[in-house]
Write a protein that binds this ligand. Structure first.
Ligand SMILES: *[C@@H]1O[C@H](CO)[C@@H](O)[C@H](O)[C@H]1NC(C)=O
Ligand SMILES: *[C@@H]1O[C@H](CO)[C@@H](O)[C@H](O)[C@H]1NC(C)=O
Ligand SMILES: *[C@@H]1O[C@H](CO)[C@@H](O)[C@H](O)[C@H]1NC(C)=O
Ligand SMILES: *[C@@H]1O[C@H](CO)[C@@H](O)[C@H](O)[C@H]1NC(C)=O
Ligand SMILES: *[C@@H]1O[C@H](CO)[C@@H](O)[C@H](O)[C@H]1NC(C)=O
Ligand SMILES: *[C@@H]1O[C@H](CO)[C@@H](O)[C@H](O)[C@H]1NC(C)=O
Ligand SMILES: *[C@@H]1O[C@H](CO)[C@@H](O)[C@H](O)[C@H]1NC(C)=O
Ligand SMILES: *[C@@H]1O[C@H](CO)[C@@H](O)[C@H](O)[C@H]1NC(C)=O
Ligand SMILES: *[C@@H]1O[C@H](CO)[C@@H](O)[C@H](O)[C@H]1NC(C)=O
Ligand SMILES: *[C@@H]1O[C@H](CO)[C@@H](O)[C@H](O)[C@H]1NC(C)=O
Ligand SMILES: *[C@@H]1O[C@H](CO)[C@@H](O)[C@H](O)[C@H]1NC(C)=O
Ligand SMILES: *[C@@H]1O[C@H](CO)[C@@H](O)[C@H](O)[C@H]1NC(C)=O
Ligand SMILES: [Zn+2]
Length: 710
């Protein structure tokens, strides 16, 4: 799902994993004067073989295949088999791993607005069919709907609730707006969409309608003179964002099997804990416009509400809360709740050391027939990656570590395929996994973007310097040059894609891709327009960014799987801890709690010395060519981050075990650092619990430190 990051710090980001600010608005970058590295980058023979194998034309062929058939979760086994067969053709031992999971599919829906005078407006809830974009007219194209949404009807007055975070609803309540018994009209952006529905449900509301808003598109709007897709960069006004409404921040995976694998015959829990009990529908901005206009002038105005991201840019709309308008909605949502088989394709090349495993994953399922960016830009890249390793294998090369490729199903519903797979193989993964490399949306624009655990920061940057990156009209740039000038920050992992299950069992992880900036075409996330046509005309003409991102992932995998020294740096946590600690200290200072952070600072200083000793010993092993010591150190690098996990999980959510970062409980995508401590303060408002979590977090850090030592 990896939502995109159009990032406009000033106007807030579209449903984003993390908000990002651009350092540069220049379309023409130059190679940094300070760079003393040669261009093109010098590669060793194996790296050269891998990189040279990449071909934009074949990536385009794989993309075409994936984007010309329906592949909603659990519906296209032949696509899973095709993926496994391709990997097999390139030398990977391949198979399909099946799970029987709870899913639901759209049957019918409707929405009617009734004005106070009794006249009505009935939105079509459909996206326009475009002659230029052939897959928009496919007979099996997927209706607009929310995955895991509730079957039901709701008829009531409705209220505009902004982006639907808890603070938005609370603000309305504080202003005297009665929410109970009403329908929520929420804007996309900010928190994960399922949380918008959960927050409405928790306040006794009867249903939720969620609309896209051109306010999230910055200057790329028709109102500012930009032509809409298929003619130009702006969003087609009928674009609808599908997506899951699972309560992602409670737990991902099959909602009926929390913490264990979904095999036939497995006991089934009540899915209602993490799926809504009120119906919801997504809608385009053009069809939301009359709904919002009917609220103009009623209830608290946008300025009196005064909430982040509240006011959008739909013409003729004042973004009033709308209480007392007398206008009402009648919505109906019918889903087919069922257990369906899903297929994860798995491809393996055994390494010499089978107790060291590197996993690369991408999801395959999409909400639409297309999915050219999400997720099949990543799927196309993974086929090309397998092909590159076949070229290398022809030279007699064999990896030091085992390589596992995974093509996940049902990511879109709630990271289902990857979570069930982790739950099936957890004993093996806990022992052997060195790292998990995720690529979901490999490309939705030209700007590289990575997030990773701190032990992967160094290798993730080093490999960027090896990749030639054609960027707009600039020449002679590496991926690092572009990244460094446009972003320059490795993000913190929250959630919203398949790294989540691995990260929360203490496995070093990275998520990567390239996205658009404020002057790039608006990425039609989860809509019919995320198509092959959009990709070839706007997203990545010539598949040149696909090629660079694919080369990056390939060299990163090559080094993770092959370097004598496992390229994980525990000391990467040291500066990050410093930053997280400053943030936590600010959180504590601005609360009313007295919390003693000294156990945490002591644990961090203990970790710091362990990490430094570890790295000294590792250098010594390398310098003295001490293979036995090197193996011990490699295993410590592999294992130490398991220490950061807390067995019982974070408060109220057993699944999320990582004590250093987690998705926010009311954000879903965006990360919170030291989540046990931070959210005890900001969310539970419980100082004692926060103090308890200072202890638990410190203990976890000490366990990580002790693994590095022993
Ligand atoms: C580039 O410069 C850095 C810092 O001055 C130095 O550490 C590095 O060795 C240089 N690299 C090359 C290839 O000359
Ligand atoms: C599965 O996907 C392939 C490739 O896009 C497509 O050709 C095929 O029609 C799809 N199958 C179904 C049942 O939709
Ligand atoms: C009812 O109200 C709506 C919205 O104000 C308006 O567009 C419509 O023309 C009205 N219909 C009648 C019959 O007055
Ligand atoms: C939008 O355009 C205005 C006027 O040209 C400019 O000042 C502003 O920075 C632009 N916004 C973005 C996000 O590029
Ligand atoms: C809006 O809220 C911000 C803080 O959230 C506050 O600083 C500002 O004064 C408020 N503005 C109005 C008009 O209330
Ligand atoms: C619901 O899905 C099942 C298969 O999972 C299918 O057999 C059944 O016909 C579907 N029902 C409806 C109403 O679509
Ligand atoms: C890879 O290793 C596994 C576990 O040792 C073994 O079962 C499998 O047969 C091996 N595969 C190949 C292709 O050698
Ligand atoms: C490249 O330069 C041409 C000519 O100046 C310009 O029209 C085009 O928009 C530029 N392309 C990009 C991606 O910046
Ligand atoms: C790009 O690199 C090539 C080869 O190193 C060099 O000949 C050329 O002058 C460079 N072009 C620019 C614009 O820097
Ligand atoms: C923590 O916050 C307090 C109060 O704002 C400040 O005095 C102290 O220097 C901060 N400590 C750190 C380590 O940032
Ligand atoms: C701290 O306590 C004061 C007084 O009880 C209250 O007004 C304020 O909202 C509290 N601040 C926070 C962040 O809880
Ligand atoms: C920190 O590490 C030292 C050894 O370097 C150990 O003796 C001490 O007990 C550790 N501190 C804690 C709080 O575990
Ligand atoms: Zn995705």
């Amino acid at each position: 799902m990896r939502a995109t990051f159009l990032l406009l710090a000033t106007i807030g980001a579209e449903a984003c994993q993390r908000e990002r600010t651009f350092k540069s608005h220049s379309h023409n970058l130059v190679r940094r004067q300070s760079s003393n590295e040669t261009f093109p980058p010098e590669l060793d023979a194996n790296e050269q073989i891998l990189v040279d194998s990449f071909d934009s034309t074949s990536i385009s062929t794989w993309s075409y295949y994936y984007t010309h058939g329906a592949h909603v979760a659990g519906t296209n086994k032949s696509m899973a088999q095709w993926t496994a067969d391709k990997w097999a053709e390139y030398g990977f031992t391949s198979r399909l791993d099946e799970y029987l999971v709870f899913l639901n599919y759209p049957v019918s829906h409707s929405l009617v607005l009734t004005y106070p005078n009794g006249s009505t407006y009935t939105p079509s809830l459909k996206e326009a069919v475009l002659a230029e974009d052939e897959t928009t007219s496919y007979p099996n194209s997927i209706p607009t709907f929310h995955g895991y949404s509730f079957t039901g009807n709701a008829s009531a007055e409705y209220v505009y609730v902004g982006r639907g975070q808890q603070v938005d609803y609370d603000r309305l309540t504080a202003l005297g707006v009665d929410l109970k018994g009403k329908i929520a009209l929420a804007k996309y952006g900010g928190p994960f969409r399922g949380l918008k529905v959960k927050n409405a449900q928790d306040r006794g509301m009867l249903g939720t309608v969620i609309f896209s808003d051109p306010g999230d598109d910055g200057n790329m709007t028709e109102a500012k003179g930009v032509a809409a897709y298929p003619d130009g960069y702006a969003r087609n006004p009928t674009t609808v964002q599908r997506g899951s409404v699972q309560f992602l921040s409670t737990y991902p995976g099959d909602p009926t099997t929390p913490g264990y694998v979904s095999k036939p015959g497995a006991p089934r829990a009540d899915h209602g804990v993490v799926t809504p009990q009120i119906p919801s529908l997504p809608i385009s901005w053009i069809e939301a416009q009359p709904l919002l206009q009917a609220l103009n002038g009623y209830g608290p105005s946008n300025t009196s509400v005064n909430r982040t991201g509240w006011t959008g840019a739909i013409p003729g709309v004042t973004y009033s809360a709308g209480s007392g308008s007398g206008a009402a909605l009648s919505l109906s949502n019918v889903m087919n709740d069922t257990y369906a088989t899903i297929w994860d394709a798995v491809g393996i090349i055994n390494g010499t050391n089978q107790d060291e495993v590197v996993i690369v994953g991408n999801h395959r399922d999409a909400w639409i027939v297309g999915g050219a960016a999400d997720p099949n830009s990543g799927s196309a890249v993974l086929i090309e990656l397998a092909k590159a390793f076949a070229k290398l294998t022809e030279t007699g090369w064999k990896p030091a570590r085992t390589i596992v490729l995974c093509s996940w199903d049902a990511e879109e519903y709630g990271l289902v395929g990857s979570t069930e797979w982790m739950e099936e193989y957890i004993p093996w993964l806990k022992n052997a996994a060195v790292s998990y490399l995720n690529v979901d949306v490999a490309v939705s624009g030209p700007i590289p973007d990575i997030s990773a655990t701190p032990d992967m920061h160094a290798i993730s940057k080093a490999v960027m310097k090896k990749i030639v990156y054609p960027y707009r009209n600039s020449t002679n740039l590496t991926m690092y040059d572009v990244w460094e000038q446009e972003s320059g920050e490795v993000g913190v992992l929250g959630s919203g894609s398949d790294y989540t299950a691995f990260l929360h069992r203490g496995i070093a992880s990275i998520d990567m891709g390239a996205g658009g900036g404020p002057n790039d075409p608006v990425y039609p996330y989860h809509s019919n327009y995320d198509s092959y046509h959009w990709m070839t005309k706007f997203g990545d003409p010539g598949f040149i960014t696909h090629k660079s991102i694919g080369q990056y992932l390939t060299l990163l995998l090559y080094h993770m799987a092959n370097d004598a020294v496992v390229p994980l740096e525990p000391s990467g946590y040291i500066p990050e801890f410093d930053t997280y600690l400053t943030d936590l200290n600010d959180t504590v200072s601005s609360s009313n709690y007295t919390i003693d952070l000294s156990p945490l600072t002591e644990a961090i200083s203990n970790f710091t010395s362990s990490a430094q000793e570890f790295e000294a010993l590792r250098s010594q092993a390398l310098a003295t060519n001490d293979a036995a010591l090197l193996k011990v150190q490699n295993h410590k690098a592999r294992d130490f981050s398991r220490g950061f996990t807390s067995q019982g999980g974070l408060p109220t959510r057993e699944f999320y075990q990582h004590t250093i970062f987690a998705p926010g409980r009311d954000t879903g995508y965006a990360p919170v650092t030291f989540p046990g401590i931070t959210e005890s303060i900001t969310f539970d408002k419980d100082g004692e619990l926060a103090q308890e979590w200072v202890g638990k977090t410190a203990d976890a850090i000490l366990v990580a430190a002790s693994i590095l030592k022993t």
